[in-house]
Design a protein around this ligand. Structure first.
Ligand SMILES: [Zn+2]
Length: 199
């Protein structure tokens, strides 16, 4: 495991020593279920601009993690709340299942005893999702708003851009480089069929 950033040091650890992200669902015994989100906490993160990993207020520049479609589609938006830079980097290197692309209201009976699941939960099951991105795109924005359907939309223009694959950062762009890199990435992913305008 990579070193846990200072921002996450206050989090409880699981039996392997992994920090338990703020939004991860914990049953009535306190046991974390890493593939299930606590939906109340997700909503709190979105509305109060709190980092979904460490549970602390975001800075002005906050990072959205997802696939190319969310990052580069003109109406791109995210199911997941944004993160601090250090928390995003920890997540993309150690727990890719945090980057959900599919939510259901079903409770994961494989790991969770429903009698211990108080509250509203949502299940993340990336293994079943064919649209799960192979390339993760992290974008930094200085503001956000919530769409009527509950997605979070970053404010444009983005101020930072990073590409990640298999837990390794492939490219990063800052400040003046971002706009040009965004245009190039949009064309590349659109040509590959990974961004479809009109959807
Ligand atoms: Zn954080």
């Amino acid at each position: 495991m990579i070193e846990v950033p200072d921002r996450m040091k206050h989090l409880d650890r699981d039996h392997r020593g992994y920090p338990i992200p703020y939004i991860v669902f914990r049953d009535d015994d306190g046991k974390p279920h890493f593939t299930i989100n606590n939906e109340h906490k997700v909503l709190r993160c979105k509305h109060d601009e709190i980092c979904a990993i460490c549970g602390v207020k975001l800075l002005r520049g906050r990072w959205f993690l997802g696939g190319p479609m969310s990052a580069f589609h003109p109406h791109g938006a995210y199911i997941d709340p944004p993160l601090h830079h250090e928390c995003m980097r920890f997540a993309v290197q150690t727990c890719p299942y945090l980057i959900s692309t599919k939510y259901t209201k079903r409770i994961d009976g494989a790991t969770l005893d429903p009698s211990k699941a108080t509250g509203v939960v949502s299940l993340i099951d990336p293994t079943l999702d064919p649209t799960r991105p192979k390339v993760f795109v992290a974008v930094m924005a200085v503001g956000q708003w919530i769409t009527p359907s509950g997605y979070v939309q970053p404010k444009h223009p983005y101020r930072g851009l990073e590409f990640w694959r298999d837990g390794k950062m492939e490219q990063k762009f800052e400040r003046d480089q971002v706009r040009v890199a965004m245009l190039a990435a949009f064309k590349k992913f659109e040509a590959a069929g990974m961004i479809k305008i009109g959807e």
